[in-house]
Write a protein that binds this ligand. Structure first.
Ligand SMILES: NC(=O)c1ccc[n+]([C@@H]2O[C@H](COP(=O)([O-])OP(=O)(O)OC[C@H]3O[C@@H](n4cnc5c(N)ncnc54)[C@H](O)[C@@H]3O)[C@@H](O)[C@H]2O)c1
Length: 259
């Protein structure tokens, strides 16, 4: 296959959760620029609409859908709408997430439930809904956004780190179960990335101190920009990565390296 056909997303139909902001918005824009139609699942409709407008500039279709990924009925309805509008789903990016930096002993059940629902249960729900379509078609790409917190741990993010480690194990297990249908499932594991989520965490003195110390120890000497993460996600979505499944790629400026 010529390189120009492998390294683009022309005529691919994608669903991206959390596309209203940060990394999700950059993924939507990158996918659009590479030729993919993009459907956004998010709980911030106005911001998601802004992303959709930015994606359409590339001459592709973009849909903004009000879908809370923790609500199975809403996710199923969202996938049905994408099928009606786009005809198929080739790619799912489980990107939506939420976190705050708080020492574990100061957190409680309400906080844990919120973190687990958005960061773990949401991707599980979206994966099931989309796999029903992908298995019937015999192909597809799922890319999960984990975090280096899930690979190496992170102070003040104990339960979040647990969900992100869980997403890595979930990725590998689903990759094993669905390879026979021509579906690949991989993980991108960002390090700290300049997004509204990171800005919110830096508003608190404790979070600011931890993150500033982390930034100083990044070999490439800066936090990631959202598009740094998006380019890696796009690679896992392209035909050129068809023989890669169950893998985790850290995009962290070298902050964490494993042999
Ligand atoms: N920013 C970082 O430093 C960093 C580092 C590692 C991993 N990550 C991961 O990257 C992903 C994106 O983070 P970001 O920094 O762009 O965050 P962000 O807050 O800028 O964007 C997250 C988006 O997810 C949406 N969202 C939240 N809950 C939702 C729900 N229940 N249903 C649908 N949409 C929902 C939000 O509305 C928002 O648009 C997350 O999974 C996050 O854990 C971020």
């Amino acid at each position: 296959m010529p390189t120009r056909q492998i390294y683009n997303l022309k005529s691919k139909k994608s669903i991206i959760s959390g596309g209203a902001s940060g990394i999700g918005r950059a993924i939507c824009e990158t996918f659009g620029s590479l030729g993919a139609d993009v459907a956004i699942f998010d709980v911030k409709p106005e911001e998601a609409q802004k992303t959709a407008e930015g994606v359409k500039v590339h001459g592709v279709n973009a849909l903004s859908l009000l879908v809370d990924i923790t609500d199975e009925a809403k996710v199923k309805k969202g996938v049905e709408t994408v099928l009606e509008k786009f005809g198929k789903v080739d790619i799912l990016v489980n990107n939506a997430g939420w976190d705050r930096i708080v020492p574990f002993m100061e957190t409680d059940l309400n906080f844990w439930e919120k973190i687990i629902k958005i960061n773990y249960l949401g991707p599980v729900i979206c994966t099931k809904a989309v796999l029903e379509v992908m298995i019937n078609r015999g192909g597809g790409r799922i890319i999960n956004i984990s975090s280096d917190a899930g690979r190496v741990g992170s102070s003040g993010e104990a339960v979040y780190s647990g969900t992100k480690g869980g997403i890595i194990a979930f990725t590998k297990s689903i990759a094993r179960e669905t390879a026979r249908y021509g579906i690949t499932v991989n993980c991108i594991s960002p390090g700290p990335t300049k997004t509204p989520l990171l800005d919110d965490m830096m508003k608190e003195e404790r979070g600011k101190k931890i993150l500033e110390a982390i930034e100083r120890s990044i070999p490439l000497r800066r936090f990631a920009q959202p598009e740094d993460i998006a380019y890696a996600v796009a690679f896992f979505a392209m035909d050129g990565s068809r023989y890669i499944t169950g893998q985790v790629l850290s995009v962290s400026g070298g902050l964490s390296m494993s042999g």
